[in-house]
Design a protein around this ligand. Sequence first.
Ligand code: GDP
Length: 312
Amino acid sequence: MQSREQIRNIAIIAHVDHGKTTLVDKLLQQSGIFRDHETLQERAMDSNDLERERGITILAKNTAITYKDYLINIVDTPGHADFGGEVERIMKMVDGVLLIVDAYEGCMPQTKFVLRKALEQNLTPTVVVNKIDRPAARPTEVIDEVLDLFIELGASDEQLEFPVVYASALNGTSSLDPEKQDETMQAMYETIIEHIPSPKEKIDEPLQFLVTLMDYNEYLGRIAVGRVNRGVIRQGQSVTVINREGQKKTARIEKLFGFQGLKRIEIEEAGAGDIIAIAGIKDINIGETIADPQNPEALPVLKIDEPTLQMT
Ligand code: GDP
């Protein structure tokens, strides 16, 4: 199992079009995980048709990047206020967020909406001022706007110390200095590693896993995505599933998956702090806890208020 110190679980939050998809594409490309020809067919975060149709991200998607010896799990978030519950759930699943803001447009309504959710979960966002290549980019003013927004939303002193990276996701460049760009995303990776904490939960405790997102696949059926909150989970293991009403039932973990690039990869076991997908539990739903049968304790009930729940 990967050392917990080498894991970073992050979410990317932004107003639509500020560059989430492009940034994740570049982070993936530069970490050498996917070969060039895959980039076009399988863009990182917007492969969902429905999503394209509506111009917003419907289903949150997971990506994992390896940088040096680190595994960076990235969860995409919907920027739209209709998905407030989902954004909130994702904020509980990660240890840090990247807040992307367009260097020309500055803060927009969805910037405020997603930033509020992150601050409420006591996360200190890393601010990414993106599109620094735009001729009309005004990074210093935009950072002032971002700071004002943090203050308006009641950020703590610690949150006001947010790190800043200036980037052009389009060109694959980044830097800590608004005046010059380095030819790679290295400043971005390094800032993530340095400022976002590693998972702190315990592996040597009874299993708890909170189903945070649902996915579906015709071969695997319902797929529960979430974070192992404590303990270890193994393929083939018997578990207790506790629903939102507190009712318990026994189930078996048929398959476990971790994330690698844009793909899910089958794994034997996962530990506290890992973001994983679980297949084989038929009626599983968002907000349910998967727990150790000897010690079946439910995690706090989650807020659910968006259409994802209607998914079959
Ligand atoms: P998302 O909605 O946040 O996922 O945004 P996208 O990644 O789809 O980007 C929206 C648009 O902005 C696309 O046309 C991108 O090519 C463009 N874009 C993204 N990053 C940059 C950047 O760093 N510089 C410039 N000039 N354009 C960018």
